[in-house]
Write a protein that binds this ligand. Sequence first.
Ligand SMILES: C[S@@+](CC[C@H](N)C(=O)[O-])C[C@H]1O[C@@H](n2cnc3c(N)ncnc32)[C@H](O)[C@@H]1O
Length: 348
Amino acid sequence: MDDIIENVKDYYSKQLQSKNDLKTNSCCCSEKPPAEIREIVPLIADEILDRFYGCGSPLPPLLEGMTVLDLGCGTGRDVYIASKLVGESGTVIGVDMTAEQIGTAKKYREEQSKRFGFKASNVKFLQGYIEDLKSLGIEENSVDVVISNCVINLSPAKEQVFKEIYRVLKPGGELFFSDVFADRRIPESLTTDPVLRGECLGGALYIEDFRRLMAECGWADFRYTSISGIDLGDEEIESKLGFASFSSRTVRAFKLDTLEDICEDYGQAAYYDGSIPGFPHFFDLDDHHRFFTGKPMLVCGNTASMISETRYKKAFKVIGDRSVHYGKFDGCGSDGGSELPKTGSSCC
Ligand SMILES: C[S@@+](CC[C@H](N)C(=O)[O-])C[C@H]1O[C@@H](n2cnc3c(N)ncnc32)[C@H](O)[C@@H]1O
């Protein structure tokens, strides 16, 4: 376990100097971010953008005034984007274990705050482990939104990470993260290979083990918001890992004690009022719930909770409650969405 941590630190401090040094496109964003985020990216310092190793765009909407925690923030690209989105009344905390990464991130605190026109910086960076947020002073029920971009796959103690996230989130808080997943378990001899691990492939979670792990750590239901296949590209890596399919996925999960392990039908309906900035016509809660503005849609009990007991409630109206049960709600929940794609697409 310590060897994995030390190899990953070495990879992100010594082996990689910029995203051009990556051997594959697994740590490489294939998801087109919403316009609100695309407008902020040019305001971020070049050095930070050059050393961005994310595999998605885990920045959910409605962040103004929120406390956001970025796990494995690297040189801080997503922390600074979130800083602009939460505004001067919000706070963003970035955690990373690699001194070089976090050192670069810290260097730009004042500069980025000036670029955003803020009186003072609203970000802080903490050097430490995402498996132990307690020792960094992050209290339970203190964070509105946890984000993470291509990091949890690297952890040798993923169960501890998901438990820590559950602990620090406020009730109704959101976990929104992008990561690399596999369609089967990776043999142990390959999970410890420093290059495969560093490239975010060796430690990729098998999607069904991820589902089991989430349930064990308190997350009764979670949703994928996007899934893109990864082409390994590099011949040597392909020769070792070509037996598996990898995908980059963005996951949305809420800390809600009203969620059930499968979706149940209580005859509820919901509609979206079109008020989330950047989403006037529809809002995708996940890969199988597109809410068109003003159009009622039948929802299961879990979906109703996700949009009525969280910060999204200001944009949704839910009709009905759980007083009458109509049986299982088919085609929804953690396994209700898309299948793993067979081929990849990438912007890199
Ligand atoms: C693929 S990079 C992604 C960095 C950043 N999220 C981004 O999008 O540019 C992975 C980062 O996670 C950090 N990391 C990996 N395992 C960690 C752990 N267990 N605790 C804290 N940081 C970790 C590494 O130091 C590295 O900066």
